[in-house]
Design a protein. Structure first.
Lengths: 498, 160
């Protein structure tokens, strides 16, 4: 009852005309910016800081929350239509979204993404509202050993979900971690693998690798397969309507992934990316038609989309209740709140209920806007597929260049982009999955930090990872997630021989 | 002598990378104060893991998905500059050229030229539409980024 009263108080704030306008503007701007490969939620939120500076804190955070989940949803659009995820949290959406688009069902994939995002977001808001303080306590009990084990589990889950060779998946993951540690070691100030290049001191940005491995490699692959030189038959956008059977098919994956995504989002460092990958992985394992994942299965779009939006909401839990940002994006949000004179933490629910409950209520309104805004826009957005292929390929290249250059202003990064494009092409030709590399790149630095902090606590004793029950169980699950596909394959081999 | 398969060739290349990576890991300087874990530990773990995985890859039989498909013979019969691999090489060279010329000639000219030129090279022959779309998209992005988002992009030879 108390939560209900608080929520009503929050709606009183969120439904003020100016705040409704801010939610609408935030969701709209976030969706548009998120659609552009290269401009993700962090860039979008950073751009909003000057705008929110003079606002009431509750209004400022309401606007930024709208931008955040708008950008995550917008990112799924470029993943589905162009196989160019500008946002890490929508990489998993491209696995089945892009094949669906190629089969002429782009409209359906985008509609599923819109519905799943809406439901994932809404379900997770209920969780956020009811159990935020409790979940904050669970998340804060995670030490470095548990975080390291969680990262390992995130990686092995992604490797094991690939249809491709397990060994090649693991190699891709190791290479991703190797890329992530390039630059100055923040704990000791030591340069590692920079080859003396000043440009590499800060490491290699996620965007350069993601756009190279996915978008540029896709362009190269199409050029190699003759997609550039001649007109190809147009893929129809297809209907936005879902059949009753399709709705039934995606209902359970959306429900499960919403809950999973929320809990993943609560854990600092995990967030939308791991949430979406875990959601995808879980549904692939549970589905009877799991072998069609990666080839255009609608559940493969619904699960990561519900999970990533739910995780976005989940990531507000540590931010609002503990003052700990769980991701780069919520770190920007924290910075914006501090600029506005609000210090998030356990006392904020009591001291600034207008901010806490106003944001929660605005999330409900924002999710409705997200659906209302995006469904009518889908046919317009999907028109991008009608563009002649040679022109589209050239424009994807330009988007990649602008995304990278607009972020770093570095010609060196453009050359790195080309390098990763060629690496992505090689990986694709020789059967290496790209997803483990990208996830490892995102997790690598946190993984190393957690591992080193854990070993420092234990004085270099590796048994710390199995002495702690949560860490031990996470590692056991990680090993099982790798072993199960091998056992399955062995059983299938024995059956085939019998 | 038995010929090596695709996986074995890849495994040898990756093993070489792993050995080089490990050699560099051993050259990472130690932190002046003694610590249980230093900057070189994680790279060493990664290097040995990659070496071990290379060995496993060497022993793994390649499947159909591990071997690149044959290229279309009709595409291969085209003039040298239009063959599939030539398209990849020329696009790569165009990107290098773009990166080098971006600052001197400016974002709008460099990006429009790259977009128009590549679309033409890939076979799009409606030059008017090509120019209009290339220039329109580049200008829209340029104005959005410079005027709305306050992101600086090089103006080069144009007084924009």
């Amino acid at each position: 009852m108390e939560a209900f009263n608080n929520l009503m108080y929050g709606f009183g704030i969120a439904l003020e005309p100016m705040n409704i306008a801010y939610v609408f503007f935030g969701v709209f701007a976030g969706t548009i910016i998120g659609m552009l490969p290269g401009l993700g939620p962090i860039s979008a939120l950073a751009l909003m800081i000057p705008i929110t500076f003079a606002m009431e804190p509750s209004s400022g955070l309401i606007l930024m929350a709208g931008v955040y989940y708008g950008a995550i949803f917008g990112g799924s659009t470029s993943s589905i239509l162009l196989n160019a995820p500008g946002v890490a949290g929508t990489v998993a959406t491209s696995f089945d979204g892009y094949p669906l688009a190629k089969q002429g069902m782009a409209g359906k994939a985008l509609a599923i993404a819109a519905y799943s995002s809406f439901i994932g977001g809404t379900v997770s808001i209920v969780f956020l509202m009811l159990v935020a303080p409790l979940l904050g306590k669970v998340a804060v009990s995670f030490g470095p050993a548990e975080y390291f084990a969680l990262m390992v589990l995130g990686l092995t889950a992604v490797v094991s979900l690939s249809d491709k060779s397990l060994v090649k998946g693991l190699i891709a993951a190791v290479v991703g971690v190797m890329i992530s540690i390039i630059g100055i070691d923040l704990q000791t100030g030591t340069e590692r693998y920079t080859f003396g290049a000043a440009h590499l001191l800060d490491g290699i940005d996620f965007l350069v690798v993601a756009l190279g491995i996915f978008a540029l490699a896709e362009v190269f692959y199409m050029l190699l397969r003759g997609g550039g030189g001649k007109e190809q038959p147009r893929n129809a956008i297809g209907s936005l309507k879902l059949t009753g059977r399709e709705c039934r098919d995606i209902a359970a994956p959306i429900g499960r992934s919403s809950i999973l995504g929320f809990f993943t989002g609560v854990l600092p460092g995990a967030g939308a990316t791991i949430g979406s990958f875990l959601g995808y992985s879980m549904e692939k394992r549970l589905a009877k038609d799991g072998d069609t994942f990666g080839k255009g299965n609608i559940k493969g779009v619904a699960a990561p989309e519900a999970a990533n939006n739910a995780a976005c909401t989940g990531s507000f839990v540590p931010l609002l209740t503990l003052g700990v940002p769980g991701s780069g994006t919520t770190a920007v949000l924290l910075g914006a709140l501090l600029v506005m004179g609000v210090t998030p933490g356990p006392a904020m629910i009591e001291s600034r209920p207008d901010v806490f409950w106003g944001v929660i209520a605005s999330m409900y309104i924002g999710n409705i806007f997200l659906l209302v805004l995006n469904l009518p826009l889908i046919p317009l957005i999907a028109k991008i597929l009608d563009m002649p292929r040679p022109l589209l390929l050239a424009l994807i290249l330009i988007f990649c260049m602008i995304g990278v250059y607009g972020m770093s202003f570095s010609v060196f990064d453009l050359l790195l982009l080309l390098g990763f494009g060629l690496l992505g092409l090689g990986m694709r030709l020789f059967g290496f999955p790209a997803a483990p590399l990208i996830l490892a790149l995102i997790l690598g630095a946190i993984m190393e930090e957690s591992m080193r902090r854990a070993l420092q606590i234990s004085g270099g004793d590796w048994s710390i990872f199995i002495d702690k029950p949560i860490s031990m169980w996470l590692l056991i699950i990680a090993v099982l997630s790798l072993a199960l596909p091998l056992v399955k394959k062995a059983i299938a081999g024995v059956r085939a021989q019998a | 002598m038995t010929r090596l398969n695709v996986n074995q060739i890849l495994a040898l290349c990756l093993a070489l990378v792993a050995v080089g990576y490990l050699a560099m890991a051993w050259q990472i300087p130690n932190f002046p104060l003694p610590r249980p874990v230093d900057s070189d530990l994680f790279p060493k773990v990664l290097g040995f893991t990659l070496l071990g995985l290379s060995l496993l890859l060497f022993l793994e039989k390649p499947k159909a998905q591990d071997i690149p498909d044959e290229l279309d013979p009709n595409e291969q019969a085209q003039p040298l500059l239009l063959r599939p691999w030539s398209r990849v090489v020329i696009t790569s060279l165009a990107i290098v050229l773009y990166a080098l010329l971006l600052a001197p000639i400016g974002f709008v000219v460099a990006s429009t030229t790259l977009s128009f030129g590549l679309a033409w090279y890939y076979g799009y022959r409606r030059h008017g539409v090509n120019m209009a779309v290339s220039l329109g998209v580049v200008l829209a992005l340029y104005l959005t980024m410079t005027k709305v988002m306050d992101v600086y992009l090089p103006t080069g030879i144009l007084p924009l």
